[in-house]
Ligand binder design. Structure first.
Ligand code: SAM
Length: 253
């Protein structure tokens, strides 16, 4: 991905590695208030089905058995809320994100939904998680990992904070490999998404970054290898919606 150790990609742009996080933070600062509305508009509601598949794979206990989930790069808490709603009284979610604006939207929503005792919002960097070793039963990251400058560090941190027997699940955009759908998806991504972003959030550039960063993210087989290299076992993935997204899974054994 990076040309050398000091450079990486911000969308199609080659940028100093040290600059990427700040640029990503500007994107999510700009779109935070309208982030969830944009997800519905861009995906035609499909992101809900993808997140449902993620929550099914998390499989939180329905009983009051204690279950601690870290939803990393969890933003406005969409995945976190779904997990506590699917789980029993012992299910607790920590939503960790680097961006205070995204977290503020989520924390307000948790109070409105009376879920603030079970879903907490904490600021932290995926590359340097503010949690002790072996803290969580499960770690999820949805549409977050491609924004992190040093993916290998984040995967190592996720492995560190998982308990033995813990499950890592990652939902990320992937590669459309269905003939016909690929051309349509390309057209939709590059012609329409930045325009919808402009109208809804006033920030066309943020959504141009989104579509470019999807193209730059490693193919699912390559990403699965990175997960394995971080120490995970029984690593697998499955494509959804013709490869628009992939759900990756790995275990700390
Ligand atoms: C596309 S949003 C996904 C939000 C949420 N997971 C969802 O699916 O709705 C990506 C999130 O990654 C967060 N992020 C980017 N870099 C991060 C980092 N180094 N550590 C933690 N979060 C990060 C951003 O602040 C943003 O909230």
């Amino acid at each position: 991905m990076a040309r050398n150790r000091e450079e990486t990609h911000f969308g199609y742009e080659t940028v100093p590695l040290a600059d990427k996080q700040g640029m990503v933070n500007d994107v999510f600062h700009s779109v935070a208030r309208r982030y969830d509305l944009m997800n519905d508009l861009m995906s035609g509601g499909l992101h809900r089905a993808w997140k449902d598949a993620l929550v099914s794979a998390v499989h939180p206990p329905r009983s009051d058995r204690s279950f601690a989930l870290l939803d990393l790069a969890g933003g406005t808490g969409d995945v976190g809320f779904r997990v506590v709603e699917a789980g029993g009284a012992g299910t607790r979610v920590t939503v960790c994100d680097i961006n205070a604006d995204m977290l503020a939207v989520g924390a307000k929503r948790a109070i409105e939904r009376e879920l603030d005792d079970r879903v907490t919002f904490e600021q932290g960097n995926a590359e340097e998680l503010p949690y002790p070793d072996k803290s969580f039963d499960c770690v999820t990251i949805a549409f977050g990992i491609r924004n992190v400058p040093r993916i290998d560090r984040a995967l190592a941190e996720i492995h560190r904070v998982l308990k033995l027997g813990g499950h890592f699940l990652c939902l990320e955009f992937s590669n459309v490999d269905v003939p016909g759908l690929d051309a349509l998806y390309e057209l939709y991504s590059f012609r329409l998404i930045p325009r919808i972003g402009q109208v809804v959030t006033g920030d066309r550039e943020a959504y141009q970054y989104l579509v470019e960063s999807i193209r730059k993210f490693p193919k699912p087989k390559v990403f699965a290898k990175l997960i394995e290299q971080a120490g995970f076992r029984r690593v697998s993935y499955r494509a959804m919606t013709g490869g628009v997204v992939a759900l990756h899974s790995g275990w700390k054994l």
